[in-house]
Design a protein around this ligand. Structure first.
Ligand code: NAI
Ligand code: MG
Length: 356
C-alpha cells in the first residue's frame, strides 16, 4: 500500500475549519481504495504562532516540509499581524523555496452552482487558469528609500526571466494540447513595455512548437471585461502572477463564489512537495462560527488526488460537490443555506459512499 505523507498547515481563522473538512474527504477517498492511504502531520504555523514566537514558521520549516509528498494549506493572515508578513514569511516562502511555479486555478461553473452573470450557460464558464507563481510582479524585488522623509521613494520591481516565462508558457501549451482546448495568453504589452512585450514574444516563440493549439492573446483590462461579457472564449489561460491573482478572484465571483474556488501550487518536476489550498483567506469575520464553506478546500483536495494520479477519485469528489449543490439542502450561509462546515463535509462523504 502506498502511503502519501501530507504536511497540514491549517493556518488561521477559518483555515483549520475548512481543512478538517477536506481531510475527511481525503480519508474517505483513501478508504475507498486499498492501494493508498494518507498520513497527515500537523504544523501549528501561522499568525498565532507568530504572536508567540515572532515568526510565521520554524526557522528550519522549509527543511521539515521537504520530505512530504504534498502540503495542504488552509489560509494564513489575521488582524494583528501585517498581511505582508504573514503572506511573505509563510505562503510565498513555500511557493518560492519549493519552486511551485505553476498555480492552477479552475474557474468552472459546477452543476448546481450559481453564477452572478445573467444569460450564460453552465458550460460557458469552464476555464483553467495557469498562473505564473514564482516571479513576475511578486518577485519581492525593490527598494524603499528615504523612509518617512519628504523625498521618500518606493520601487517594486517585476522580474520576468526567460527561464521563468518560458516554462510557465510551455506548461500551459502542454496542458492545452493534452486537453485539446485553446490557449489564451493575458498580458499588457502596450503599457508594460519591457516585461509584457517580452511575455508576448515568448508566447509567440513557444506557440510555434504547438501548431495544433489554437491561441488568442488579450490585454488584461480587456480580458477582465470579456470574462464577464463572453466567458466561453476562455479555455486554458496563461498569465502572470499579479494578473492571475486578480482575474481568478473575478473568476471565483462568476463561478459560484469565493467559497468554491480552489488552487494548486505545483512543482511539475516533483523535486519538492506541491501545495494545495482554497484561494480564499482566513475570513476573520466568520472564523470560529463553524459556518465557513469547505467546498473550496474540498475541491483543492480533489486537485491533490489528481496530482497523485488518482484522477477517478478526484472526479468523484467533484461529482459529490455537484450533487450536493444540485440537491441544495446542505449548504453553508454564503450559498444561502443554514448548514455548518461539518455538515457539508459529512454530506460530501455520504455522497461519495453512495456513489462508489
Ligand atoms: P477572505 O477570503 O478571507 O474573505 C473575503 C470575504 O469572503 C469575507 O467576507 C469572508 O467571510 C468571505 N469568505 C472567504 N472564504 C469563505 C468561505 N470559505 N466560506 C464563506 N465565506 C468566505 O479575504 P480577506 O478578508 O481579504 O482576507 C482575510 C485575511 O486572509 C487577510 O489576513 C489576508 O491576508 C488573508 N488571506 C490569505 C490568503 C491565503 O492564505 N492564501 C489568501 C487571501 C487572503
Ligand atoms: Mg489572491
Amino acid at each position: 500500500m502506498k502511503t502519501y505523507k501530507i504536511a497540514v498547515i491549517a493556518g488561521d481563522g477559518i483555515g483549520p475549519e475548512v481543512i478538517d473538512a477536506g481531510i475527511e474527504v481525503l480519508k474517505k477517498a483513501a478508504a475507498l481504495d486499498s492501494t493508498f492511504q494518507f498520513q497527515f502531520t500537523y504544523f501549528p504555523w501561522g499568525c498565532e504562532f507568530y504572536t508567540k514566537h515572532g515568526k510565521m514558521m520554524d526557522e528550519n520549516g522549509i527543511d521539515q516540509l521537504k520530505e512530504f509528498d504534498a502540503i495542504y494549506l488552509g489560509a494564513v493572515g489575521f488582524p494583528g499581524v501585517p498581511d505582508h508578513i504573514s503572506l511573505w514569511d509563510l505562503l510565498l516562502r513555500i511557493r518560492k523555496e519549493f519552486d511551485q511555479y505553476v498555480n492552477i486555478r479552475p474557474v468552472r461553473l459546477l452543476k448546481g452552482a450559481k453564477t452572478s452573470l445573467m444569460d450564460v450557460k453552465r458550460e460557458d464558464i469552464n476555464m483553467l487558469f495557469i498562473r505564473e507563481n514564482s516571479e513576475g510582479e511578486y518577485s519581492g524585488a525593490g527598494e524603499w528609500l528615504f523612509k518617512g522623509r519628504e523625498n521618500e521613494v518606493v520601487m517594486q520591481n517585476s522580474v520576468f526571466s526567460r527561464k521563468g516565462t518560458e516554462r510557465i508558457i510551455r506548461y500551459a501549451f502542454e496542458t492545452a494540447k493534452n486537453q485539446k482546448r485553446s490557449l489564451t495568453s493575458i498580458s499588457k504589452a502596450n503599457a508594460l513595455n519591457y516585461s509584457m512585450v517580452f511575455w508576448d514574444q515568448v508566447f509567440e516563440e513557444v506557440s510555434a512548437e504547438y501548431p495544433e493549439v489554437e491561441t488568442s492573446s488579450y490585454l488584461v483590462d480587456a480580458a477582465a471585461m470579456l470574462m464577464i461579457k463572453d466567458p466561453k472564449r476562455f479555455e486554458v489561460v496563461v498569465t502572470s502572477n499579479l494578473f492571475g491573482d486578480i482575474l481568478t478572484d473575478l473568476g471565483a465571483a462568476i463561478a459560484g463564489g469565493i467559497g468554491l474556488a480552489a488552487g494548486a501550487n505545483i512543482n511539475p518536476e516533483r523535486n519538492y512537495p506541491s501545495m494545495f489550498e482554497p484561494i480564499h483567506g482566513s475570513a476573520p469575520d466568520i472564523a470560529g462560527k463553524g459556518i465557513a464553506n469547505p467546498l473550496a478546500a474540498i475541491w483543492s483536495a480533489s486537485q491533490m488526488l489528481d496530482f497523485f494520479g488518482y484522477e477517478s477519485y478526484g472526479k468523484e469528489v467533484l461529482n459529490a460537490i455537484e450533487e450536493l449543490l444540485t440537491e441544495g439542502q446542505v449548504l453553508t450561509p454564503d450559498m444561502g443555506g443554514t448548514a455548518s462546515t461539518q455538515e457539508v463535509a459529512e454530506r460530501i462523504v455520504e455522497i461519495m459512499d453512495s456513489r462508489i
